[in-house]
Structures are given as structure tokens and as C-alpha cells.
Design a binder for this molecule. Structure first.
Ligand code: DON
Length: 583
């Protein structure tokens, strides 16, 4: 275990970069890590060759991933272990009760694929369970309890990855997570803070107080959290593969717990859960190749549209005020199409080819007024009911192994601690991903995202996502990048791409620490991180008609791994993940 639980400080970045060097014995790396905790060591870090790199939201997950590589596993094996350990140590973000996307690159044949493990709606879902006869949303129906949960995809995704792409046995890959769940781990400050913020949900939720609270109170940093029931469920998965989760005692427990909490799951919803391998979205931007998430994530298409528009402009620095105006206008148009057209392609026809077409982007670029923001009404017509923003969370990790296999994974149970339901004695905390469906044309979700018919709920459908694990391939090498953050994921990844491409010598930490702004078409405001932009920057954008809204906190917990053309690898974690920026 690393000597420090903080995954995201610059020092940890150095540690993580070093930890990627696994050509020698693990002991050597540990010794090096300990030395590094005592002295500032930047130069030495730069001198040591790393062939593999992992960045995740928790050092225990990163460490477990490296150990799998040392045991002879590949990036896909490490990805299984990291997902399982995160399910234990960061249960409020993602886990067996959630879903997500794994973007893969297999070095031997250059196969690139997105493993879609997004939650599916149960067969019994109906809009009438979430809105009343006047079309008014039933409070919290998509966010709390059994109705909020989609059928989890992460367990099936882990099994799929291990069986189809990995080298080691599932039992070996799940062992670190099982041990951490059974023996416990000391929670970090982030966990303590998240539990404090969500204490009402944890107190009122189903089985949440007995598992996550300390005698009814949010646990303090350092509290030893044991999850023996989750350990047993992970054991069942290790022993029986998919069936260990989707059938048998665990499956039955999931169905009865969800239904007791107001949901409509049937056993067949679980047994019919399908992993789908989808071709990722691939496009070029100024000579680089970008590979990103396909529908049902909106990420790849929205990034393609936004970057295609930006190709018509000179963007040296996305944060200089003139460029920021254009970036905001490009995001506005990208997100406009997200809300108009995007949904699960297994259910709706999405004009993907037209949306990502460069000619279409030229016409969209031509509609940008260089001196003034395009008002929402002229783009869209009239708005809209307000939506109350909630705290939320998700996790991303990036892995590159010594052979050049890559994984970018963004996994989620949606809001922090999901819908507040732990199913029976399974230890599985269920998601509230049903909130990512659109309840109607003027009814935004917790990320204040609007949607259209393309994203309305239906039995077996997958809700539209913003999760955007992404590869950037250029002359320098390969970047694997992604983040949690709901709709802001897309603008964060956009900045990650632009900032990376603007560097001649890669400085991952600089990319991850740079200030962020965000626009998503509606609400027609530019959210900015607090204390990050100068008065003159703000004045310049306001003069162009933009409404700027400083957020309460910085946002994001981006994780990046990079491998150069000559084979050196490095990884970095977003420092914001440490200071609660992720909500
Ligand atoms: O799939 C989505 O887009 C959301 N459910 C992701 C949630 C999220 O990233 C929250 N993170 N902070």
C-alpha cells in the first residue's frame, strides 16, 4: 500500500509515475516510494523509465492495478481489479450496483472497442411511475429508492473483460477487492466528507446506515470500514462468474430489495442483462486521432461535434478570452444536438453520420458570431423549468500497460451513494441512473440536462450518459483520459484534449490542474470554477453577452495516463479529487 491515501497531490503524481515502472521487483518500487515521501524528487522521477501507467481515484485501486501487472496480467486484467477495488474503497462513486463504459485498445491487433456496461431499464418501467397525470415529476422518484435503479452492468462488464481480454483468472483479479472488503480499510478524508454531505441519505436509506455510518454518524477519516457482505458477493462473482451476481441468492436478493423499495425488477431483468461491444467514436482533430465513447454515451459525439467546430478557429489556449468565447459557442452547439438527437441507438435512430460530419460542423461554426453569444432562444425556442442541482459522483481510471494495451474506464452509480439502497445482505449499493433518462421536453435532470424523445425511458433501454473515456493519439504518443462530473465530463475532456495537443512536452499535471469552465446549451450560463479567472477575463466574456456563474467549488477528478512514442509512461490524478472538488 502506498504510504499516503491521497491520490492526487503532485507528490502522489510522482509516486504514481514511478509506480508505473514495473520492470523490476515490486520491493524496489516500494522502497523508492518511501524515499519519495520524504524528499522532493521531481528530477529523479523524470529520469526513471516507466513502461506502464495507471491513474485512478484511489491509491489502493492504483496499487492493486500495478500488482496485477507485476503478476503478469495485462491492462484489461488490471482494469478488472481496479474496478473491483474502487467498488470497495469508493463505494459512493461506482461499484457492483452501477454501470459504465470501458474503452479498450488491444496492442496485438490494434482492436479498439467500447465495452458498454451501462445500466438497462427494467422491463416493467413506465413514465407514469415517475411523473403524475399532469406530467409533473414525482419528487425523487428517479433519484431515491428502488425505482431509481437501473439493472447494473459493472459485474457483467468485469467478467466480460476478464474472460475476453484478460490473462489471469477472475478469482485472482477479484482477490484484492475481496480482502479489502472483508478485512476493511481506513477511509480517507474524501470518503469522510462525502459521507458527511450525504448523511441524511445514509440515515434514511435502506441498509446504508448500518454499513456506512459509525453508530449513526458519518465516519471520521481513518475509520476502519469493513464490508463482509460485499466481500461475499464478490466471492460469488469470482466463483460463478456472471451467474454469481445475476442469478442465485444474490440475484434474488437484488430483486426483492429493489421491489421492497418501490421498484419493478424481475429476475429476468437480471439474467437478460447484456454487455454490448460497440465501435467507439473516432475522429480527427488537427492531425490527432480522438477515440471516445459511443452512444449510449453522448461523450464521443458531442466531443466530435465541438472539436469539429473548433477546427475552423485558431485555438492556441482555450482559456484566453477570445478562444473561450468560441469554445463556449462550440459547446453550446454540441450540447444542443445532444439534447435534440441523442439516445440509445438500440431504440432510436440517431443521425450520427450527419452529426459528426465536418461539413455540418462548418455550417455550425459559421453561425457563431465572433463578437456576441448566441442567445438560447434563437437556437432553441423557449425554456423551461428549473432543476435543483444535487451532489453527484462517478469514477474514472486510465491504464496503459508495458505492451501498449490501454483502458479508459468511467464507471458510476450516478449520485453519491446512488439511490441509498443496499440490497438485502449483498452489500451492493444500487445506482440511481434512471435519472439520466429524460422525463419530458422541459424537465431537466440533476445535471440540468434536457432531453428529447430520443432519451425517453423504455423497457430495456439505456439512459443517455456523458461519461467519456477517451484516447488521444498524436505524434507525441497516446493519452488516456476521463473524469467524473455528469455533464461537465464533456467539457473537462474537451479541455484535456486541447491542452494536451497544445503541449510539445507533455505535462499531465498541468493539464489536470488548469481552470475549467462549462457550458451545456441550457441553462444558458457559463459555469466557472471559483477563484480561477481574472476580473478582466470575466469582463471580456460578459461584454460578449455571456452570463458567468461561479460554481461553489472546483469540479472534477480527472485521471490521465500517457505513453510516449518511445515507450515511456506516466500517470497523473486531478488534485481536485483530494479537496472534494468532485461534486
Ligand atoms: O452517465 C452519466 O452521465 C452520469 N450518470 C454520470 C454521473 C457523474 O459523472 C457524476 N459525477 N460526478
Amino acid at each position: 500500500m502506498l504510504p499516503d491515501q491521497v491520490s492526487a497531490s503532485p507528490r502522489t503524481w510522482i509516486i504514481q509515475a514511478l509506480s508505473g515502472w514495473h520492470g523490476r521487483a515490486y520491493k524496489w518500487r516500494r522502497a523508492c516510494t518511501l524515499v519519495l515521501t520524504c524528499i522532493a524528487f521531481t528530477a529523479a522521477a523524470a529520469e526513471l523509465p516507466s513502461r506502464a501507467a495507471i491513474a485512478s481515484a484511489h491509491p489502493l485501486a492504483t496499487e492493486a492495478g500495478y500488482r496485477v501487472l507485476e503478476q503478469g496480467g495485462n491492462a484489461f486484467d488490471a482494469a478488472v481489479t481496479i474496478a473491483a477495488v474502487l467498488a470497495v474503497v469508493e463505494p459512493y462513486s461506482a461499484g457492483l450496483g452501477g454501470g459504465g463504459f470501458w474503452l479498450l485498445h488491444r496492442a496485438v491487433d490494434r482492436k479498439q472497442v467500447m465495452v458498454d456496461a451501462r445500466e438497462m431499464a427494467p422491463a416493467g418501467i413506465a413514465l407514469s411511475q415517475y411523473v403524475d397525470e399532469q406530467g409533473v415529476p414525482v419528487p425523487n422518484a428517479t433519484l431515491r429508492g428502488g425505482k431509481a435503479a437501473g439493472i447494473p452492468g459493472v459485474p457483467a462488464g468485469m467478467v466480460h473483460l476478464a474472460q475476453r481480454y484478460g490473462k489471469l483468472k477472475l478469482r485472482v483479479l477479484l482477490a484484492p477487492a475481496i480482502a479489502l472488503a472483508r478485512d476493511g480499510f481506513n477511509i480517507d478524508s474524501r470518503f469522510a466528507n462525502v459521507a458527511r454531505v450525504r448523511q441524511a441519505l445514509l440515515r434514511d436509506g435502506i441498509n446504508t446506515a448500518r454499513i456506512f455510518l459509525d453508530n449513526g454518524n458519518p465516519p471520521a477519516q481513518g475509520y476502519l470500514l469493513r464490508q463482509p457482505e460485499l466481500a461475499a458477493t464478490l466471492e460469488a462473482l469470482a466463483e460463478h462468474g456472471r451467474d454469481g451476481f445475476y442469478r442465485g441468492a444474490v440475484g434474488q436478493s437484488l430483486v426483492s430489495a429493489v421491489n421492497a423499495a418501490g421498484g419493478v425488477w424481475r429476475a429476468a431483468d437480471l439474467t437478460n442483462y447484456k454487455i454490448i461491444e460497440r465501435p467507439p467514436v473516432r475522429f480527427s482533430y488537427r492531425g490527432a486521432t480522438i477515440v471516445s465513447a459511443a452512444l449510449p454515451s453522448s461523450g464521443g459525439i458531442t466531443l466530435a461535434q465541438t472539436l469539429n467546430i473548433l477546427e475552423d478557429y485558431r485555438i492556441a489556449d482555450a482559456r484566453d478570452p477570445a478562444s473561450a468565447h468560441v469554445v463556449i459557442e462550440a459547446l453550446r452547439r454540441g450540447f444542443q444536438d445532444r439534447l435534440r438527437y441523442l439516445g440509445d441507438t438500440d431504440f432510436v435512430v440517431v443521425p450520427i453520420g450527419r452529426l459528426v460530419d465536418k461539413k455540418y460542423a462548418h455550417s455550425r461554426a459559421a453561425s457563431i458570431n465572433p463578437d456576441f453569444a448566441t442567445p438560447f432562444d434563437t437556437l432553441m425556442g423557449s425554456p423551461l423549468a428549473a432543476a435543483k442541482p444535487e451532489s453527484y459522483n462517478t469514477t474514472h481510471y486510465s491504464v496503459i500497460d508495458a505492451d501498449g494495451n490501454r483502458v479508459g474506464a468511467t464507471l458510476s452509480i450516478n449520485a453519491w451513494f446512488g439511490g441509498g439502497v443496499v440490497a438485502g445482505n449483498t452489500g451492493v449499493l444500487l445506482n440511481n441512473e434512471i435519472d439520466d433518462f429524460s422525463l419530458g421536453p422541459n424537465l431537466p435532470n440533476i445535471y440540468r440536462l434536457l432531453g428529447s424523445k430520443a432519451n425517453e425511458m423504455a423497457p430495456h433501454k439505456r439512459p443517455l450518459s456523458s461519461m467519456s473515456p477517451t484516447f488521444v493519439e498524436d505524434d507525441k504518443g497516446v493519452l488516456v483520459i476521463g473524469a467524473p462530473g455528469g455533464s461537465r465530463i464533456i467539457s473537462m475532456v474537451l479541455f484535456g484534449i486541447l491542452d494536451y495537443l497544445s503541449q510539445t512536452k507533455v505535462d499531465l499535471l498541468k493539464i489536470l490542474t488548469a481552470p475549467r469552465y462549462h457550458h451545456q446549451c441550457w441553462p444558458d450560463v457559463v459555469e466557472i470554477e471559483p477563484d480561477s479567472f481574472s476580473d478582466s477575463w470575466r469582463a471580456s466574456l460578459e461584454a460578449k453577452g455571456h452570463t458567468l456563474k461561479p460554481a461553489n467549488r472546483k469540479w472534477g477528478n480527472m485521471q490521465a495516463a500517457f505513453k510516449s512514442k518511445t515507450g515511456e509512461a506516466q500517470a497523473a490524478s486531478d488534485p481536485r479529487g483530494f479537496d472534494m472538488g468532485g461534486y
